[in-house]
Design a protein around this ligand. Sequence first.
Ligand code: BJ8
Length: 423
Amino acid sequence: MEDYRQLWSELAMDLERHDRLMAALPAVYREVFLTQPDRPAAMHYFNLVIAEIHGLRIAELAAHREKGGKVFGTFCVYVPVEIIRAAGGIAVGLCSGSQFWVPEGEKVLPRALCPLIKAALGARLSRTCPYFQSCDIVVGETTCDGKKKAWEVLNEYHHVYVMELPQMKGNRDLEFWVEEVDLFRQKVEEITGNQVTPERLAEEINRQNRLRRALQRLYALRTADPPPISGKDALLVTQIAFYDDPDRFTAHTERLVTELEERVNGSRGVVPPGTPRLLVTGTPMAIPNWKLHHLVETAGAVVVGEETCTGTRFFASEVEEGAGSLKGQIRALARAYFKTNCACFTPNSRRIEDILDLVERTRADGVIYYNLQFCQGYAVEYHAVEKALKARNIPVLWVETDYSEEDTAQLQLRIKAFLEMLG
Ligand code: BJ8
């Protein structure tokens, strides 16, 4: 990797601490990803992205900002990135998946809070995330209570804009959300100094739809038995979608899809046919959170899908193209994003339909319900999901965890016992 220290110091990063963060990554990545047998050749690009995780893309963001462009940080799949890009901005996902940032976050937040939120604030406070340091503004949302209140704390350290999400999904709520998306458009125009025109927005809607379709195709190929790609690699690809250049990402994902199609046609998989297949559902897994997938796939099973926001919820609903006016496009965006079935809404029964549908499509033998510690919304929803799965004789395992390694041995045992039960 090139030397980016000059760039990092210009971003006011704490270089010493950042060195400590980066020192651990190569060994972890090697163990989790590079030891997998028969990986698709097209994964090479995604290896490079990780090798350059705090380098190449950060240099691109810096070049963009030098020309007067703005960078927007996001934490939720409800933030319409098309609007940011249509105004000439760049959107990067900032959700943080590393334990490294949690203790710093705990200095300003209660310990009894979801690790994703603590790590996000810890990344900013410790000045060790160059993506955060590159953001001119971060966009929060009123989803779960933890995030909603954490923006107030983050606001002391960074420019924050908060989108208000409704809590239900009636017509009144949709109308409110349409208005909120339009207010966001106005905010983005103010920050960037550029107008969002219908022509530019149409281009960006099309661009993001292409990205969504590439991921849809990738996930559809995982339904094959044997699957042509591991769950870990598929998760990695989706995680990278949140911050890579969208065109480059789509092109490389399409290349991967072509290779996987050939594998499926030749019945070539990354695991033997008949390997236990698991669907993961629950809270998102932000990079570099590969903990559950690694445990599952080293225990002799394969993850064939994720009903999460770093899985199908991110790309399942495309935005309708062809609305002629800006007003129509804003409505189309709002409608598509509103289809995301997050546990922050009540009721959220369509998520159960999504899970059942995915179990069928991926031919999963069982489901792992993954809950980040202290995430109440998803934890409470477990009751209804478990009931629906049990009614159809679909085995389900509840896993509540954080980013630490403390419970690894215990989780390993539970996952192995679950796999034995699947037969
Ligand atoms: S649309 S899932 S990305 S809010 S931060 S809710 S894990 S306690 S991330 Fe999310 Fe948007 Fe919903 Fe998806 Fe729980 Fe933690 Fe809250 Fe979380």
